[in-house]
Design a protein around this ligand. Sequence first.
Ligand SMILES: [Zn+2]
Length: 136
Amino acid sequence: MRFSVIILFCLCVFAWAEWNSEDVHRLFIKRVNLKPGVYTGKLESVMDSAGLSVVYEYHRLLGDMYRPTVTSANDFGSHSRYSKHYLNLALDFRINDVPQNKRAILVENIRGKRFLVLWESQGGKNEHVHVEFIRD
Ligand SMILES: [Zn+2]
């Protein structure tokens, strides 16, 4: 009886535990590969949520074992002058390792969320999906 009460107490504590923004950030980072040099340390929380949505779409299309690669956050000096990357409100995901016939589907599935999604450098070495938060 006492053991059951302890188990019940532990389950309740677990169920009531709230996720904070750092937990969500850690979860996102665990689900992706980071290209060397990518800095996500000051990423806005909304981008961690967006990133997890993007990971979900990669998994839906390529299976749960697929691990997308983030190729840029706020770490690259050659984005356009007013890029959201510099505001920690944009992420780039590698797409040139996705089978050619699935890329358009992936990009289309990522679109339709609360974010601007651009398929950049199509067919090029730097082909990627740019995801940025749109402020109201
Ligand atoms: Zn970008």
